[in-house]
Design a protein around this ligand. Structure first.
Ligand code: NCD
Length: 309
């Protein structure tokens, strides 16, 4: 297969295993490009991309921008705090105004789940979802699986546990879809209050005991507690959360094997993982960040080649 089955990347739910294989193959190539002395290719010289960030971001925004620049696209950046959204403009009006300046592709992060899906039905541009509320974060899941494949050879057959705030995490949902498509076995682990009811219907198992979960897995993806999405308390205190679900060197050393530790960032050091774990050779957190650029180059490149047709 040489092209994606979709015209937008709205979520992993809407793509196929073949799409992921193609994205990974393309990202392998771009990873080689960004390790060259000249890290740029002229592929997208005729494409203009708008990065619309209605919610805070560090890694994802910089990673998309770098990916776009390394493909030689023209890039404009918009952040909601400094925009007319604050003056009451609707999302469709804001985006249509931007598109009238001849923009081909929109990368959007938005606090509302489904914002990208909604926009894709109303505007005439390719949309990449860079995180929509607690719904999906497809490029994060792609770079996570790509990083597992890089460290362990393949994703199929691997045991992955996603630990923490599963309820409010778009990283969790997108990872579940991607890992299942690629043939991994997935468990989720965290306080019962932060595990959505019926999560088993996605083909994952729930394990409430972190030690058992870590003993079982090849890879543990440690998520941040999404305090900004909580209007009530889901556990008694951060200290108690860390005692029950935090991962430190002692727990890792008590296991019979060396597991891989992942984290999408931003890390709350000392809450979900301690610094000695985050900075250890078992952690592939900075590989994830590095792979993010190659994955985003691949996604943008493949979607742009569909626009040009
Ligand atoms: C995540 C996000 O924003 O969804 N971070 C990221 O994109 N790297 C996870 C988080 O905020 O905890």
């Amino acid at each position: 297969m040489s092209e994606l089955s979709v015209n937008h990347l709205l979520g992993i739910k809407y793509i196929t295993k073949e799409d992921i294989d193609l994205i990974f193959k393309t990202a392998d190539h771009f990873k080689e490009v960004i390790n060259r002395p000249i890290k740029k290719v002229p592929s997208l010289r005729d494409i203009t991309i708008a990065n619309l960030f209605f919610e805070n971001s560090t890694r994802t925004k910089l990673s998309f921008e770098l990916a776009e620049k390394r493909l030689s696209a023209d890039v404009i950046n918009f952040s909601a705090a400094a925009s007319s959204v604050k003056k009451g403009e609707t999302l469709i009006d804001t985006v249509n105004n931007i598109l009238s300046m001849k923009v081909d592709m929109v990368v959007m992060r938005h606090p509302n789940p489904g914002a990208g899906i909604f926009l894709s039905k109303h505007i005439d541009a390719c949309i990449i979802n860079a995180g929509d509320g607690a719904h999906e974060h497809p490029t994060q899941a792609l770079l996570d699986s790509f990083s597992i494949r890089e460290r362990l050879g393949e994703v199929a057959g691997k045991k992955v546990v996603i630990v923490g705030d599963i309820l409010h995490s778009r990283v969790a949902l997108s990872n579940i879809y991607a890992l299942k498509l690629l043939g991994a076995t997935v468990k989720v682990c965290g306080p019962k209050t932060l595990i959505p009811k019926h999560i088993e219907s996605l083909g994952v198992e729930v394990e409430l005991d972190i030690r058992k979960a870590l003993q079982w897995c090849d890879v543990a993806n440690m998520l941040r507690v999404q305090n900004e999405r909580m209007d009530i308390s889901y556990f008694p205190s951060t200290r108690e959360y860390t005692q029950q679900y935090g991962v430190n060197k002692d727990i890792l050393q008590s296991l019979d094997k060396e597991i891989v530790i992942m984290h999408p960032g931003p890390i709350n050091r000392g809450v979900e993982i301690t610094s000695d774990v985050a900075d250890s050779g078992q952690a592939i957190i900075l590989d994830q960040v590095q792979n993010g650029v190659a994955i985003r180059m691949a996604v943008i490149y493949l979607l742009a080649s569909k626009i040009k047709q």
